[in-house]
Ligand binder design. Structure first.
Ligand code: XMP
Length: 597
């Protein structure tokens, strides 16, 4: 089978590019950016990916110049474009302006080669500071922006191409056409498909597991169910053992639902363990979000070890299965150079140690959510299982914010009035996580209230304010209640009582979107309980609604619900005991993440 290799220089892009190439039907591998060119002889083409560094930085990653002697087409993207220029004796210099976001690109070579089929003017996604200041000999300029003269270069004789912009992201509307052109230039046959992936993965699972057995924690979510089913398909019912641990942070009624569904699928080796008390106990008086995650991850492992012991399973004979998917590995620095921007419970130290010892199998770790769903469908899983919204492993624990203090909290004094456009604006005294650049950080949300109910206008005002102040990463709109009576923090941690309130609110929301048939267009809909009481909105804590549209969770847009529907939903939520004010998250990712912790 023809393959194209993507060399990883440590950004978040390598996996995204490989995924896109596979969508075009050509299998794509990811290899280390500094790999010896000799090891790449089996590929029909090489893509040098983006990365966060400067080619001039000390210890910056460079590619083996031998790549340009392999006789195959090479495409450099962003950092890869600069590496190509640098290695082939062009010049890379710091740019005068940082370009982050959408840019207008003038296509000088429209209708030819790598840019075949593009218009003279295209919109593309840029994210760089350095830029190519002189292209190497034998190259010509094929694309420019106002701030970046050499946004694209080509050497048609050798089929080497460099692009400063990112064709692999959805923000570059014709990016897929560019990648398709590259696939054509490589003369790679389009033979890869989900069916072939399944067949190959079944073989790979058999080879890796050998005559051992797999033990896997299942959550009932799409990823773990598909991974579990794939493992069963490869190894048979008898060699795959599932453990469903109720950690206390599931959705309301989920335990029975998941157990029933898995049994219906013919799963026989499934043990259900109610560990909720243990989890609540371990998280007593814990407020810090990352600490919560680490405790939950470690507890999982502890329970898993215990159950293994109780079952008398010899650890030497068993390996651990996980339903980890691409974004989980990308955002935790799963590739060698990727900057760490999230701690995922599939990558806590205990699990990492098992991974290093070769004791973990992750059959869908190369797939994005859309591909996982296709695998699920192909394996015959029922629709309601395959199309469930993603749900984080630590469950509602990361949607139930805690506070170590009561009262007015940290007051952030910002001059917000000049950008408020008729809305009342204030900053909430707590923090939620966001992702700006490659860094995850906890910052304050800003709240808009009153004014005109117009999502586009709200989005504009919210974005402007969040971008202006370094203290902020999120914007909300108050949809139920009033801020006039002031906002106060409530000292609180993860208790069964608070989780019960959140479960009830979450159930109202999930039932509502099923009833209104919004569950497909909304990609994920976290309902978040925040330890804030808002005077005039009753004594209950506040709830944040966070519906998003997304493709693969790397980026997301907030969902603009019809106002009438939202009013109806707010009415139902207001009737839930323990719920006070209701906010609607109007932040895209970036700068806000989908989850609040
Ligand atoms: P963020 O919040 O980073 O989330 O935009 C991206 C996707 O990852 C999910 N997520 C998690 N999944 N354990 C998980 O299994 C976690 O700790 C975790 N944190 C976030 C999130 O639900 C979204 O789909």
């Amino acid at each position: 089978m023809d393959k194209i290799v993507v060399l990883d220089f440590g950004g978040q892009y390598a996996h995204l590019i490989a995924n896109r190439i596979r969508r075009l039907g050509v299998y794509s591998d990811i290899r280390d950016g500094e790999i010896d060119a000799d090891e790449l002889r089996s590929y029909k083409g090489v893509i040098l990916s983006g990365g966060p560094q400067s080619v001039h930085a000390k210890d910056s990653l460079q590619c083996d110049p031998g790549i340009f002697g392999l006789g195959v087409p090479v495409l450099g993207i962003c950092y890869g474009h600069q590496v190509m220029a640098h290695v082939l004796d062009g010049i890379v210099e710091p740019g005068k302006v940082r370009e982050y976001g959408r840019a207008n690109v003038q296509i000088l070579d429209a209708g030819k080669g790598i840019l075949d089929g593009l218009e003279d003017q295209e919109v593309a996604w840029m994210s760089h500071f350095d830029q190519v200041a002189k292209i190497p000999e034998g190259f010509e300029v094929i694309a420019s922006t106002d701030d970046c003269k050499f946004a694209g270069m080509a050497n048609e004789k050798h089929l080497f191409y460099g692009l400063q912009f990112h064709p692999e992201v959805t923000h570059t509307p014709h990016g897929m056409k560019v990648l398709e052109n590259f696939v054509e230039i490589c003369q790679a046959k389009r033979e890869w498909s989900i069916e072939k992936f399944i067949a190959a993965e079944i073989e790979a699972v058999r080879e890796k597991v050998g005559d051992r057995k797999v033990f896997m924690l299942v959550s009932g979510g799409v990823d773990s169910t598909v991974a579990f089913t794939l493992l069963e398909k490869a190894l048979g019912n008898e060699r795959v053992y599932g453990l469903f641990v109720d950690i206390g942070f599931m959705r309301k009624g989920e335990r029975d639902q998941v157990e029933g569904a898995l049994r219906e699928l013919g799963v026989t080796n499934l043990k259900v363990e109610d560990a909720s008390n243990e989890f609540f106990e371990a998280l007593r008086e814990v407020y810090d979000p990352e600490e919560k995650r680490a405790i939950i991850g470690a507890k999982f492992i502890e329970i898993q070890k215990r159950v293994l012991g109780e079952l008398g399973l010899n650890a030497e004979e068993w390996i651990l299965g996980q339903g980890t998917i691409y974004p989980d590995t990308i955002e935790t620095g799963g590739t060698k150079h990727a900057d760490t921007i999230k701690t995922h419970h599939n990558r806590v130290p205990e699990v990492q140690e098992l991974i290093d010892r070769g004791l973990v199998i992750e059959p869908i770790a190369q797939l994005y959510k859309d591909e996982v769903r296709k695998v699920g469908e192909s394996l015959g899983l029922p629709n309601d299982m395959v199309w469930r919204h993603p749900f984080p492993g630590p469950g509602l624990a990361v949607r139930c914010l805690c506070s170590s203090e009561s009262g007015t909290g940290e007051v952030v004094d910002l001059d917000l009035a000049s950008d408020s456009d008729g809305y009342a604006v204030s900053v909430l005294p707590l923090k939620s996580v966001g992702v700006q650049g490659d860094v995850r950080s906890y910052k304050h949300p800003v709240v808009l209230s009153g004014g005109e109910k117009d999502w586009d206008r709200l989005a504009l005002v919210g974005t402007k304010i969040v971008n202006k102040f370094a203290e902020l990463n999120r914007a909300l709109y108050l949809v139920g209640g009033s801020l006039e009576g002031g906002v106060e923090l409530v000292k609180s941690y993860l208790t069964p009582e608070r989780i019960a309130v959140l479960q009830e609110a979450d159930k109202v929301v999930m039932d509502f979107i099923l009833e209104k048939k919004l569950d497909r267009e909304i990609w994920q809909f976290p309902t978040v309980l925040v330890p804030l009481t808002v005077g005039g909105s009753g004594s209950g804590e506040s709830v944040v609604l966070r519906p998003v549209e997304s493709e693969e969770a790397m980026t997301a847009s907030f969902y603009k619900m019809e106002w009438e529907l939202l009013d109806e939903l707010v009415g139902r939520l207001a009737a839930v005991e323990g719920v006070g004010a209701i906010f609607y998250d109007i932040t895209n990712k970036p700068p806000g993440t989908i989850e609040w912790e």
